[in-house]
Write a protein that binds this ligand. Structure first.
Ligand code: GLA
Length: 757
């Protein structure tokens, strides 16, 4: 037996004789074994167990009639029934395979057997792809297991990284062609895991424009339940994450397994339950539209998938993913760093602005305490509406007579940083770029080109295209003082094809496009390391762990209505931390929902995110302006906690009465609770919020931004967590009687700050 254990506690215990691998960190165990046939088996993933020399007793070799069997004369060993780590199709397993590789003779069957392993400290990079990393080699250990199909010269290396301080494992796969003939990889999952039973509730996060990432839960049933994207973006419709919870699991107890994909293109996340109740979880690039041509000597690297385990309910799962994002995904200057409070002109002006109007908005925002002014769409080329200009990244002199250098200087002189909107991947037909390079737009030769919002994708699989856009963007970043970019992407792919490559490479077009996007992001960040890039895709249409590697914050949704945002941000929080969620206060009636909510509530929701404003503050009354100023002061005081603390969901906005959530500083000395009324129920029930994550022995002093009878009182953490924090008074109280505490109304809200004494 051989163990590699890092100083911080990530361990890989290898029993060479039994070909058994046990990844553990004291919180989780992931146990894998190559059996005598060389099949790589899943033995266990879950809460940590002590190691034992041989977990082989977990392998089930029952004789089941009608099975296809591996060993002559033996009726027990069937791949159909073994729980595997990287299954194939064609050798008797009739479930969905993890891999398929087409060969010169037309067969796509592979037959993989164990061929060795390698263990290292730390976490290797994935060339050209986003991936988790560690700052210190002791923070993780990585196991690589080699599988081989000797007949066709195929090698498959499965990489597993266990993190020292998180109940999580990262997986990815490298597929190599060591044979004499070209091969075509037609399916290559990043993660495949067989679980011994199917008693799980699957929660996925589906939606559409303006209502992204709403959680939906259903119990697993026989057959396949799948979420996917074929839009070559993760999309508004399904997010590449899912939770699998034991029935009855709640926010703070019960077992939950979470899966997340660090990739921004087409994906397939599914759970397949066979009639023996075995569950196969798979996550990877969608096989539709994918085929990777491998010449002899070439390799293909899959994106990375993350799997986390919690025995502390959904909350524990969320904490694992939030900390992975904060510690192991977000990089560079903006890692665990407070983000500037911004004002964005989109909803304030849309396309109707000139330089003076922008400066006017910025000046007043500065007086309110805002730190960054962001100029949205419409500043470039012939972009006076959304039919022209994309691709021509030069300032429009009619709007910006002094160019970006002039505008950014005026903004900087006010004491604000300057930020700028781009949609780097797109082109309008009405643009100089398209007129010069019509073949740069993604299209299939001879076919009609469908548009989305009058725009077309640039073929980011073509390096010349990426170089051109890099040239245009970096020139502007050199010329003007630009601290922030909003990176938008407003349409999904159609007629996907790469005219720069031959027929055998067409299955690569979608993935190469995404690699081109990552390449451009990486090159800009290398050259301008202090730049903050905020992701965006018609709101939250590309909100994923892959983008977060480059863009530490992402615009959550074009829907800025506070009540809709409660649902969107609540759903988003299952996998993504508050520092990742772009959230702004906008005008009422709201432009998407036509709803009127108080300015307090708009801010009380947006503060649980990367906070900003998206309106012209000059249009507010003096009283409202004063409120904005206090909101900004409040946020500045607590933003470090909001952006790096632990978030807990308390009451789901799914009902129509109340929603609540909270964030606690890592030292547990300060907490902020957001308590939201949705619709008023007159003479409503008595309410308490059961807080989480506090120090049970500490005494917390309560201060409330609205009216509350407990304002100024102190309670122990134990009381607040077990008995609960009384929240049914003040704006929740009986209407007539509680006048001194303020009247309740639809859409009212309060923040409670709890400070340990
Ligand atoms: C998308 C974005 C918006 C805004 C507009 C500009 O819809 O999501 O925030 O930037 O584009 O055209």
């Amino acid at each position: 037996m051989q163990a590699t254990q890092t100083a911080h506690g990530a361990a890989i215990i290898v029993n060479e004789q039994n070909r058994q691998f046990h990844l553990t960190n004291g919180r989780i165990s992931y146990i894998i074994k190559a059996d005598e046939q060389g099949t790589l088996l899943s033995l266990y993933f879950g809460k940590a167990v002590p190691d034992r020399e041989d977990f082989g007793y977990l392998i089930e070799l029952a004789h089941r009639p009608t099975s296809t069997c591996r060993i002559d004369g033996d009726l027990h060993y069937s791949l159909e029934h073994l729980r595997q780590e990287y299954p194939e199709y064609g050798t008797g397993d009739y479930r969905t395979p993890a891999i398929a590789v087409c060969q010169p003779n037309g067969s796509d069957m592979v037959d993989l057997t164990y061929d060795g392993y390698h263990v290292s400290q730390g976490k290797p990079k994935l060339e050209g792809l986003p991936a988790t990393y560690v700052d210190n080699e002791d923070d993780a250990a990585t196991l690589s297991i080699d599988l081989v199909d000797r007949l066709i010269g195929l090698s498959v290396t499965l990489n597993y990284t266990v993190f020292a301080d998180k109940p999580a494992v990262a997986r990815s796969v490298v597929i190599g062609n060591n044979g004499a003939d070209a091969l075509s990889v037609e399916r290559a999952m990043s993660l495949s895991l067989d679980l011994p039973d199917s008693d799980y509730d699957m929660t996925e996060f589906t939606g559409a424009w303006s209502r992204e990432r709403h959680p939906h839960t259903q119990h697993l049933h026989y057959g396949t339940q799948q979420i996917e994207s074929l839009r070559n973006a993760s999309g508004h419709f399904a997010n590449p994450v899912a939770a699998f919870a034991r029935p009855g699991a709640s926010e703070d107890h019960g077992e939950v397994i979470g899966l997340a994909f660090e990739y921004s293109g087409n994906f397939d996340l599914h759970a397949e339950v066979d009639t023996y109740d075995v569950t196969r979880l798979q996550l990877g690039i969608n096989e539709r539209g994918f085929a990777w041509h491998l010449e002899p000597g070439e390799t293909f690297q899959t994106p990375e998938a993350l799997i986390a385990y919690s025995d502390e309910g959904y909350d524990g799962m969320s904490r694992a993913f939030h900390r992975l994002v904060l510690d192991n995904i977000v990089r560079g200057a903006w890692k665990r760093r407070e983000r500037p409070i911004l004002i964005n002109n989109w909803e304030a002006t849309y396309f109707d602005f000139d330089e003076d109007k922008l400066v006017d908005i910025a000046r007043t925002a500065k007086q309110a305490g805002v730190e960054l002014f962001v100029l949205d769409d419409g500043w470039f080329g012939a972009r006076n509406n959304d039919t022209a200009g994309l691709g021509d990244w030069t300032p429009n002199p009619a709007r910006l007579p002094q160019g970006l250098a002039g505008l950014s200087k005026r903004i900087n002189d006010l004491g604000l940083k300057f930020g700028l909107w781009f949609e780097p991947e797109m082109v309008n037909k009405d643009s100089d770029l398209y007129r010069a390079h019509p073949d740069w737009a993604v299209h299939t030769p001879g076919r009609h080109m469908n548009h989305g919002r009058n725009e077309f994708l640039l073929n980011f699989a073509n390096k010349d295209v990426v170089d051109n856009i890099y040239g245009q963007m970096s020139r502007l970043l050199d010329e003007a003082n630009i601290a922030y970019i909003k990176w938008d992407m407003n349409r999904f792919v159609s007629e996907g094809y790469d005219v720069t490559r031959g027929a055998e490479h067409q299955g690569e077009a979608y993935h190469r496009y995404i690699l081109g996007v990552y390449d451009l992001l990486e090159r800009l960040l290398q050259r301008f390391p202090d730049l903050i890039i905020e992701g965006c895709a018609s709101g939250g249409g590309r909100f994923d762990m892959g983008m977060l590697y480059y863009t530490p914050q992402i615009w959550c949704s074009d829907d800025t209505d506070a009540i809709e945002r409660l649902k969107i941000q609540y759903g988003t929080s299952y996998f993504y931390p508050l520092s990742a969620m772009g959230a702004h206060v906008s005008v009422v009636p709201n432009h998407q929902a036509n709803r009127i909510t108080p300015i307090e509530t708009r801010a009380n929701v947006a503060m649980f995110g990367t906070f900003g404003y998206e309106l012209d503050l000059n249009t507010l009354s003096e009283e409202e302006f004063g409120k904005v100023r206090s909101q900004i002061e409040f946020f500045k005081r607590y933003r470090e906690i909001i952006h790096t603390g632990d978030f807990h969901r308390l009451v789901s906005p799914d009902g129509n009465e109340q929603a609540a959530w909270m964030v606690v500083s890592r030292d547990r000395k300060t907490a902020i609770v957001g308590d939201y009324r949705i619709l008023l129920t007159p003479n409503s029930r008595y309410m308490r919020l059961h807080l989480r994550g506090l120090d049970e022995n500490a005494q917390y002093r309560v201060s409330c931004t609205g009216a509350s009878s407990i304002d100024g009182a102190a309670f122990t953490g134990a009381e607040l967590m077990r008995i609960g924090m009384v929240s049914s008074d003040g704006s929740y109280g009986e209407m007539g009687d509680s006048e001194p505490l303020g009247k309740a109304s639809d859409f009212s809200s309060r923040l409670f700050v709890l400070t340990a004494e």
